[in-house]
Design a protein around this ligand. Structure first.
Ligand code: UD1
Length: 341
């Protein structure tokens, strides 16, 4: 019998890509999203790619009563939680917005899974932000977590801890936290991708908007970092590869193949790229120029962080496969789709 996966935030950037890959892998998917940071069009994209329109509930996961109704309608074999705010700077300015939303929504989901009865499988979308400025790269799952430098980062750490404690305490309760590095790109069909709201904070949407002429010039934050070219090093992971890691994690949970009740996996490529290398990769993959200049360092940026993905490679049987050229082409195709080209 087909298993059912609930995806909160399933209309969003990563959620929509995960929904596609789960459907492609034969899962039934139920999408919950309050559409505050996305629009329903991503579900049109999901349908166009897969031929399946997953059941959708416009529900805020912070609303426990509304969430309970979703559980009355469906038996959920595994829940994946993406429904959270993600702007680092905004979280510093409005911490309670982040603590209330990101924590309450996750705890409501855990409670709903517990109340359902039977085995509960919960997958949490965590972040490499938990490693802060690492002592050494690449980071493994055993690398120490550093004190969070933003409320956003703090919600990732706290949610990991909530999941760990529930797995330790409750029979039949299992959890996986996937720590994403820098998710970028879009589906190769250009039918789903990241919806930029306002001025992008993240590098790749800023690159694509500059190439498209929406922004005049990209500022590269800092050229005096102790790295080969003076700019920061990151592990840019293609969003489709990232989505496939979720399918492997869901297979592992629902197939009851976990080694321990709570597991953590780094989801990255293991390949560091500097900000300048990424800009060059975008330019050469797409044959376009990006207008950029150096500016001062951005507060809170870490010099370098990239993954040792060995654990995910071994236990999940998953590996990042798409080349940076593929990823940069998909990012540009999505930008052109947004611009109606
Ligand atoms: C941030 C978040 C991370 C989140 C990720 C993806 C932190 C500290 N960072 O990572 O949790 O998972 O976004 O949403 O929590 N850059 C420029 N110019 C720009 C924009 C960025 O030079 O206009 C540089 C930055 O200085 C950085 C690199 O590009 O060196 C990547 O930045 P960004 O895409 O914002 O991601 P992170 O800050 O690494």
């Amino acid at each position: 019998m087909k298993k059912t996966v609930l995806v909160t935030g399933g209309a969003g950037f990563i959620g929509s890509h995960v929904t596609v890959e789960l459907i492609n892998a034969g899962y039934d998917v139920v999408v919950v999203d309050n559409l505050t940071n996305s629009d329903g069009k991503s579900l049109d994209g999901v349908e166009a790619i897969t031929g399946v329109r997953p059941p959708f509930y416009k529900v805020d996961t912070c609303d426990a009563v509304a969430l309970a109704k979703v559980f009355e309608a469906h038996h959920i074999d595994c829940a994946i939680h993406f429904a959270a705010y993600k702007a680092v700077g905004e979280s510093v300015a409005e911490p309670m917005k982040y603590y209330m939303n990101n924590m309450l929504s996750f705890m409501n989901l855990i409670e709903a899974m517990r109340r359902q009865g039977g085995r509960a499988n919960v997958l949490f979308s965590s972040s490499a932000t938990v490693y802060g400025e690492p002592d050494a790269c690449p980071v493994t799952e055993a690398s120490p977590r550093k004190p969070a430098t933003s409320p956003y980062g703090n919600t990732k750490q706290m949610a990991e801890d909530v999941l760990r404690d529930c797995c330790a305490a409750y029979d039949g309760f299992y959890g996986i936290a996937l720590r994403y590095f820098n998710p970028v790109g879009a589906h190769p069909s250009a039918l789903i991708g990241e919806l930029p709201i306002g001025v992008p904070n993240n590098l790749v949407p800023f690159i694509t908007q500059t190439a498209a002429g929406i922004r005049e010039c990209l500022t590269v934050f800092g050229n005096d970092y102790p790295t080969p070219d003076g700019t920061c090093l990151r592990d840019f992971i293609d969003v489709v590869d990232l989505a496939k890691a979720h399918v492997s994690a869901v297979d592992r949970m629902t197939g009851e193949k976990m080694d321990t009740k709570y597991e953590i996996f780094n989801i990255g490529t293991g390949r560091p790229l500097s900000v300048l290398e990424l800009i060059s990769a975008f330019e050469s993959a797409n044959g376009v120029k990006v207008n950029w200049k150096f500016g001062p360092r951005r507060a809170g940026d870490t010099t370098e962080v990239w993954a040792d993905p060995t654990r995910a490679n071994k236990c999940l049987g998953w590996k990042a496969e798409r080349s940076i050229d593929d990823t940069m082409r998909s990012a540009w195709a999505w930008q052109k789709h947004l611009d109606g080209c």
